[in-house]
Design a protein around this ligand. Structure first.
Ligand code: GLU
Length: 308
């Protein structure tokens, strides 16, 4: 089976250095193995996603010289998300749950992703007559019990009992939007994705996604979770840091590519280069594993290894 990879940015803001570093790594991984590469614009959250951000991200990717074999706007996949809901309903895995975020926080049990675990308290509830479509409440999927062990090629331990560690995930929100956890699994499956390259912040969700894949009869891809670029206060670089392309370092696409290569450890110095040049020498063993703190001062880049 030929390899299929994807890059799946959320369209919640313009691309920042972290988005473009993730895109570069996904592109290098795919192109270095002759894989098909899908760009999926994850635009399901009506509160946070904007078409203008999707356009800006795509323009930045093209400007950098990162190309894709297929492009998917996730909101166009609604029929497939609905079909997956039907399938989950058919196996009795869906239930309505109005427990609020605040109530989940009040349970007080920390989840591996830094949030709070849901305690599956509404598991005994049934969908209304008419099924999930007739529900005005959020809907969760009852995950199978037991430990899931998705494979991370970089050696990260992704084992987790997601039904306990995270709790059953919301698959359809109160506003009717399908959740990231459902859509990512359905869309990776439909695109035949065999390799997922993405930031380490999402690693704790992988077991939940493996459990949903099992419920939906979808094959599990191999994962490679890579370093994150952090801001000086230790948080993940935020989209609020503004567009990477507008940053002082981005005088040209090769200048920004060189900066990104330096951020992820592929180059020692941020000299201008092209993605094609990086491709010739690409090897995951050269990518830094520890997160990097990125500071931009007076137009110059300072990188330190995170102590996290
Ligand atoms: N849309 C997610 C993000 O931009 C990535 C999801 C994934 O790669 O699974 O952080």
């Amino acid at each position: 089976m030929s390899a299929v990879c994807r890059f799946a940015p959320s369209t919640t803001g313009p691309a920042h250095l972290g988005t473009l570093a993730a895109a570069l790594l996904a592109w290098l991984d795919a192109r270095s193995r002759g894989a098909r590469l899908v760009l999926r614009l994850e635009d399901l959250d009506p509160d946070r996603c904007r078409p203008a951000f999707a356009r800006a991200i795509e323009e930045d990717l093209a400007w950098l010289g990162l190309d894709f074999d297929e492009r998917v706007e996730q909101h166009t996949r609604r029929a497939h998300h609905e079909a997956a809901m039907d399938r989950l309903e058919a196996v009795g895995a869906l239930y309505p749950c109005s427990t609020t975020r605040e109530e989940v926080r009040a349970i007080g049990r920390r989840a591996p992703d830094g949030g709070f675990a849901y305690d599956n308290r509404a598991r005994g509830r049934a969908l209304p007559p008419g099924g999930w479509r007739a529900s005005v409440e959020p809907i969760r999927a009852r995950l199978p019990d037991g430990v899931f062990r998705p494979v991370d090629e970089g050696g990260l331990d992704l084992s987790q009992e997601p039904a306990v560690a995270m709790g059953d995930p919301v698959v359809r929100r109160r506003d009717g939007a399908f959740s990231y956890q459902l859509a990512v699994v359905v869309d990776d499956g439909a695109a035949g994705v065999t390799r997922v390259v993405r930031g380490r912040d999402i690693a704790p969700s992988t077991a939940t996604q493996a459990a949903l894949q099992a419920l939906l009869g979808l094959p599990a891809p191999v994962y490679r979770h890579h370093l994150l670029l952090l801001e000086e206060r230790g948080g993940k670089l935020a989209k609020t840091h503004g567009a990477a392309r507008g940053a002082a370092l981005a005088s040209s696409a090769p200048a920004l590519t060189g900066t990104l290569a330096c951020c992820v450890g592929l180059r020692d110095r941020p000299d201008p280069c092209t993605p094609a040049e990086l491709l010739r020498e690409f090897d995951w063993s050269r990518v830094t594993t520890a997160d990097r703190v990125v500071s931009l001062r007076d137009g110059s880049l300072k990188l330190t290894t995170s102590g996290r």
